[in-house]
Design a protein around this ligand. Sequence first.
Ligand code: ADP
Ligand code: MG
Length: 250
Amino acid sequence: MVFRMSGIVKRFGGLVALDRVDFSVAKGEVMALVGDNGAGKSTLIKTMSGAHVPDEGTIEMEGKLVHFRSPQEAWASGIATIYQELALAGKMTVVDNIFLGREIKKPVLGVPFLDRQAMRKRTSELLSQLDVHVPSIDSWVESMSGGQRQGVAIARALNMDARLIIMDEPTAALAVAEVRKVLEFIKNLRAQGKSVVLISHNIQDVFEVSDRISVMRHGRCIAVRETAKTTPQEIIGLITGAHEVRAAAS
Ligand SMILES: Nc1ncnc2c1ncn2[C@@H]1O[C@H](COP(=O)(O)OP(=O)(O)O)[C@@H](O)[C@H]1O
Ligand SMILES: [Mg+2]
């Protein structure tokens, strides 16, 4: 497993948001994370990405125990999180967003200058690897569609050498054609050997792209299924607790 969490507990005052959660992702795997509102999905990924520090449990990335105290530390370990509200700068170009904070510099007469040519070349390579099409790498990100922005955000993560990419509802606000694009980006990431955690309310999307599905309910991870060996009915039953109702009635 490229990433593994064991026995994770996260409390907010008296509320147990994560109750002894075990969660793992293999290399080149798309793991879907599903559950009703309030189940603990966002809290779990915030714990994976260094935004929350767990109260109990262990986290391993690529076989090493890690103790993230900030998102920067998680990024440095190769874990990138792409939130719904993308952390892109609208009034900046595609190239500038992809290299924000890690510009390529070359010395000219001993003075470091931005190597625009190298950054442009790398940007074009990343976008073509992912099959992201933008009007121009010099266009402002705010002029682009939701799907194109997702593509730029993923390219940025790859440029920072992310091996695990976490996406929280990446298709929620997108038109149908754009959703298709983002699902293709996810498949491209897997084809490149990257691991993806996908939070989605859309069961159809989950079945189209995931290899496994983790179901959360009331702060617990109650089931993990191989996508090829389950059905949307079973997953929806697990999300809503229909199985608990049946068990209680029988
Ligand atoms: N920062 C916080 N402070 C207090 N309670 C929180 C905080 N974040 C989440 N919670 C609570 O933890 C539970 C899980 O929330 P969340 O992880 O956002 O669920 P999901 O993403 O599955 O909808 C909810 O009861 C929520 O109200
Ligand atoms: Mg959430």
